[in-house]
Design a protein around this ligand. Structure first.
Ligand code: SF4
Ligand code: SF4
Length: 215
């Protein structure tokens, strides 16, 4: 049987925050949502984008952790930090290319999305995907996705010279193969208007029509 995958389709997000609410009800993170909503262009658009850990094939967060506090399961799910190991240095927070991990001072620990591993390891969907009314968060096989949905699932991202492959897919308009997030290329223009738009991984979607749209 094909592997179950997680898909984020930003175009479908209606900003209802059901995912955040459902996530925050998990007993292991005590009222804190591990999924976050980003805004594409807050000044001019209400479009929101749900953001979870992308579960990178070679996770930078784990590579830079001096305490070896971030472990991966056999099926490549990158876990939150181990409480007894995390020293709160925040290396993972600043190094994650997707801006995912958060350090919680009251818990003195980095926590992040672990793909609801207590559920997904038992064949259940992550909580956020069970409540998302527009299926902006979709959990299923690649074949299931392709038979039901529009858009191209992408899990290869370019950050300058570095290519990052992820376990989680981002749904882009048809025709895309990978998404370039070339930060260095844009540094010369850092004093120009909108100079940092390229740092937003979803800014390319702003001018696009409903590509991953509802069926
Ligand atoms: S998205 Fe960030 S937190 Fe998640 S595995 Fe990749 S580097 Fe680590
Ligand atoms: S904050 Fe914790 S998990 Fe993150 S790099 Fe530092 S020790 Fe590792």
């Amino acid at each position: 049987m094909s592997e179950m995958r997680f898909f984020i389709d930003p175009i479908r997000c209606i900003g209802c925050k059901s995912c955040m609410q459902a996530c925050s009800e998990c007993a292991t993170h005590k009222g804190k949502p591990m999924i976050h909503l980003e805004y594409m262009e807050r000044g001019s658009s209400t479009q929101t984008v749900p953001m979870v850990c992308m579960h990178c094939e070679n996770p930078t967060c784990a590579a830079v952790c001096p305490a070896d506090a971030i472990k991966r399961t056999e099926d490549q799910v990158v876990q939150s930090s181990l409480k007894e190991r995390c020293i709160g240095c925040k290396n993972c927070v600043v190094s994650c290319p997707f801006g995912v991990p958060r350090y919680y001072p009251e818990m003195d620990q980095m926590m992040k999305c672990d793909l609801c591993y207590d559920r997904t390891s038992q064949g259940l969907k992550p909580m956020c995907a069970t409540v998302c009314p527009s299926e902006a968060l979709f959990y299923g096989t690649l074949e299931e996705f392709q038979s039901r949905r529009k858009g191209t699932p992408i899990n290869t991202f370019d950050f300058g010279m570095q290519e990052i492959k992820t376990r989680v897919f981002l749904v882009a308009p048809d025709g895309y193969v990978n998404l370039s997030m070339d930060v260095m290329h844009h540094l010369d223009g850092r004093f120009e208007d909108n100079a940092y738009d390229h740092l937003d991984p979803f800014s390319h979607l702003e001018a696009m029509p409903m590509s991953g749209g509802l069926l």
